[in-house]
Write a protein that binds this ligand. Sequence first.
Ligand code: GDP
Ligand code: IMO
Ligand code: MG
Length: 427
Amino acid sequence: MPALVLLGAQWGDEGKGKATDLLGGSVDYVVRYQGGNNAGHTVVVGDQKYALHLLPSGILSPGCTPVIGNGVVVDPSVLFSELNGLNDRGVDTSKLLISGNAHIITPYNVTVDKVTERFLGKRKIGTTGRGIGPTYADKINRVGIRIQDLYDESILTQKVEAALDGKNQLLTKVFNRRAIEVGQVVEELLSYADRLKPYVADTVLVLNQALEQDKVVLFEGGQGTLLDIDHGTYPFVTSSNPTAGGACTGAGVGPTKISRVIGILKAYTTRVGSGPFPTELFDEDGDALRRIGGERGVTTGRDRRCGWFDAVIARYATRVNGLTDFFLTKLDVLTGWEQIPVCVAYEIDGERVEELPYSQTDFHHAKPVYEYLPGWSEDITKAKSFSDLPKNAQDYVKALEEMSGAPISAIGVGPGRDETIEINSFL
Ligand code: GDP
Ligand code: IMO
Ligand code: MG
């Protein structure tokens, strides 16, 4: 079982960092395949807490090679500050590999992200402001800058010129901003070249050779299924494919190589930024989930919107990703509720709907249909096996599994590495 994909089954922040880190000790490679430093993955090891944005969570496991795949967008200044931060804490980062085909988030991409959001006003996406969308837009428009371009100054200059041509028109004439100078951008980008050089590799070749040698490769998704550009709640999405197929294109590994796809699923739901969210709570329960679950963005510090578990979404995630397993996280946060509502279907314009509607209009009208499951009050953070959980917590997990369409193979009962109940081994 050499290649596993681990991805978010909801709107991100499900606990992917913790889950990846947990497996990191037993895998040879951990690969980020999409997104960039819009991600915020928290890993807690003993009394140490790490917030990773661009680096794969496997960077914290000494035996593991972390890889930034071709599908990722890289802001070199963020990468360096993340590496410096880890080095200062004694983490060895020398094994990192970065695809030469990964696109660079340039300073003008960050500027365009911010001014576009401001321009959208009430209709804004609520992006992380890290330049993600504009960088992917440049990639698709074929005016992107790749890591490998840093090693040919003449090509780099021509490419930055091509990218800035239209953007400067837009910045000056539409957004009333100053034009950005080609020379300044080229100079900044070139200043990153030497430090990046030792990490740059043909990661497609490396990963495929590793798989041929039966090495274990784990693909770590950023964001989540409902933030996917194709399968998410468009346009309130990120500009890449966090879903399972993204691992193939974003790392250059064929689908026949993927043996397991694990969906990380929070025992309730959260979302950051704008967009529809049927089970969102605006009451004390929402505040309590936010407080107890520590639901504050790792990247932007924004409060996360909170709501009850949505089984319609979980089923959808199973379908579009071909999930083989779920890792249910943050079950401990639900301790103390007498009854826990779970959304089993939607009501849309008076009709009961069991599956996620494909129409954006319908989804915006979806009202949750709840079933109420009995809660528990016992502390579950020390539980080591499924049978250690109180009966009602066991039943909650079994009910979610039944509704979601794939086995729940692990349960998180706290943020720490060891606060996990393993039911079926992932390896
Ligand atoms: P990611 O983006 O999917 O990696 O998730 P984040 O790190 O943004 O958010 C998940 C938060 O939940 C982090 O603060 C984790 O430390 C924490 N966490 C992960 N699993 C559990 C769990 O099972 N229980 C509790 N209480 N916290 C958890
Ligand atoms: P992790 O990996 C939660 C959201 C933003 C915004 C939308 C588009 O930690 O789960 P972008 O900057 O990507 O163009 O913003 O996507 N978003 C996330 N929400 N967790 C994330 O990452 C996210 N990355 C982006 O809030 O709504
Ligand atoms: Mg996060």
